[in-house]
Write a protein that binds this ligand. Structure first.
Ligand code: ZN
Length: 257
């Protein structure tokens, strides 16, 4: 039985710890101390580190963890991260025998040039997508193009609908405020805001989300839907003829929201 636990870090990061009774794998440790604390408290041994992209709030804990645990660090082949020991890319498979988990790698560039996503399908569908897909939103485009980011999100969307999405920031409520502005008639968004607010009032994470839910509420995944196209056209005062143009306007709008 696997536990997937969000360790809070910084203002709004989640560092996911995937573990059984003995071993743990950590995703994007931007800082080591709360991870060491969690491992010690639960008598866990670290067996691997997974990195989605090179940003410091996802990698800066590696060096200190490696002083305590001699473990492989998996990370994107197309980015330089000095602590990564095993570079991986789309098509690669990752075996984590200590926690009996098998993961596949997807290239999901856009937020950064080499960003990768880890996907597991046994015993349940899981996606560790870093700063690509967020609940009700998506990552900023720092290094890639809107086209790349759009395609990366679509690639994640082709995974099974019941997949749980473990992103790395608690941005849900502010993303919902933006989504409601774009898509004011979406009743599921209103419902999601209610449930997300109730969770946050008790300091409970709104993550994981699921792909099925995201496909009904996340405007960045719905750029081909009439309501979203209309919202983006009104904002840009242009007619937008394809989903990537709609996506580009939405991302720009969100940057200035
Ligand atoms: Zn990032």
């Amino acid at each position: 039985m696997l536990t997937i636990y969000p360790v809070h870090a910084f203002k709004d990061n989640y560092i996911w710890v995937i573990h059984n009774q003995d071993y743990a794998v950590v995703v994007d440790p931007g800082i080591a101390s709360p991870i060491i604390e969690y491992l010690t408290l639960n008598k866990l041994r670290l067996s691997a580190i997974l990195i989605t992209h090179h940003h410091h709030d996802h990698t800066d804990g590696n060096a200190e963890l490696l002083k305590l645990f001699d473990v492989p660090v998996y990370g994107p082949q197309h980015e330089f991260i000095s602590t990564v020991t095993h570079s991986v890319k789309e098509g690669d498979q990752l075996n984590l025998p200590e926690i009996s988990l098998h993961l596949a790698i997807l290239d999901t560039p856009g937020h950064t040039q080499g960003h990768i996503t880890y996907y597991g399908s046994d015993p349940i569908n899981l996606v560790f997508c870093g700063d690509t897909l967020f609940s009700c939103g998506c990552g900023r485009i720092f290094e890639g193009t809107p086209q790349q980011m759009y395609e990366s999100l679509q690639k994640i969307c082709r995974l099974p609908d019941d997949a749980f999405v473990y992103c790395t920031h608690e941005y849900t409520l502010s993303n919902i405020r933006f989504a409601r502005t774009v898509d004011p008639g979406n009743l599921q968004l209103i419902e999601l805001e209610r449930t997300a607010q109730a969770l946050r009032n008790k300091h409970i994470p709104t993550i994981p989300t699921t792909l099925a839910l995201e496909k009904t509420v996340n405007p960045f995944l719905r750029c081909d839907q009439q309501d979203i196209v209309r919202g983006a056209q009104n904002y840009s005062a242009k007619s937008l003829l394809d989903p990537v143009s709609v996506f580009t306007v939405l991302r720009e709008w969100k940057n200035n929201f």
